[in-house]
Design a protein around this ligand. Sequence first.
Ligand SMILES: [Fe+2]
Length: 412
Amino acid sequence: MVDTLDGKYSVGGVLMDRPFKIRRLGHFGINAIKMDEALRFYHSLLGFKVVDIRDPFPEGRQIPDEFKSFGNLSGYFFRYSHDHHAFVLYNHPYRGATDNRDRWRKNITVNQITWQVGTLAEVVSGHHWLTEKGCNMAKAGRDMPGSNWHTYLMDPDWFQNELYYGIEQIGWSGHSKPWDMHHREFSEVAPLPQISEYQEVSDALKSGSQLTSGYRDTEPLEEKYDVDGVLLGRPFKITKVGPVRLFCEDIAASLAFYRDMLGFIVTEVADFERDPIYFLRNNTEHHSLALYPVRLREKLSCRDDSLLFSFAVRLANYGQLRAAVSFFRDEHGCKIREDIPQVLYSGIDHTVFVEDPDGHLIQLYAYMEQIGWDGKPRPTTQRRQVTPGDWPETIEPTSDAFMGEPFLGPLG
Ligand SMILES: [Fe+2]
């Protein structure tokens, strides 16, 4: 049961309509069919660093015959910054064969869409509130690797959403948490209060845990590109994840779920050939999630067996975005898309969509319109209109060209 104050809930002393407030997209995950190719694409080409690998058949354990045709069965956790993971890659057919049958759908090639809230209390109260509201809850507790406290629930199309607090932070050494600290995993919603992470580390040190025994990645490419003064394996650096674009079987039901249950704010409703598109946010970004009617999928020549339209990653700046186009298309032969109309990604101007090995669209961009205190987006007529495929060497600044969440730490 969650305490109410005249129908409102205190989120850190501020009265809100629900007992939690999403702050940002924390991580996202794709289920692949061509696993080894996908691993190369996300690791080597996009430059996500591997943080932990979950091998379901470690140390030579026999793989059952029924799974042998699925290829690489491991799950990969990736980061671009200090969050333990910002991207997760799993094997789609293997998940289909082993997940709870009620939690897997063939056309949902996404393993999670994960949103950060501000406190552990918000996760726990949020779990109870969403349960009381009749949401399709999946599980709650604390997962390892990653150490984040969470609750999972399904949206109307069976996209698994997660609310979390407190994901493990990777420091300068690049090692993940030692595997022997994973005993603080919880398979049920956490009783409160919990000891601090600092205390957990103190306890681990006392019991002899080796702090550098966790996984540390190896850069797969030669660091030959001068990226604004730093040598990296590719001519750009991811500095933020999202937005996520979803095709919806019932867009009214999806809108109600994200707006009314999870508390997303509708920034803008666009019209594309008389179909509505909803852009939703949690913070100052124009959108971190956009919803599209599924009938647009064929019109846009998107993969016809998945409800994922695209997953976007922000690169550090326009110059890097421009360099990324040539890196993917010319140096690595990736298929890119520059034919998707700008109205479908309002709030972003220069952009490119790159196809991953399974045909998922990964959108690259460098600028996102920022929303201020009055909640109003920029009028359409005042937005920069871009010609897809046209990449001037330099561009004029907008008023919010460098606004929004800055990237912390070195680029590599
Ligand atoms: Fe997660």
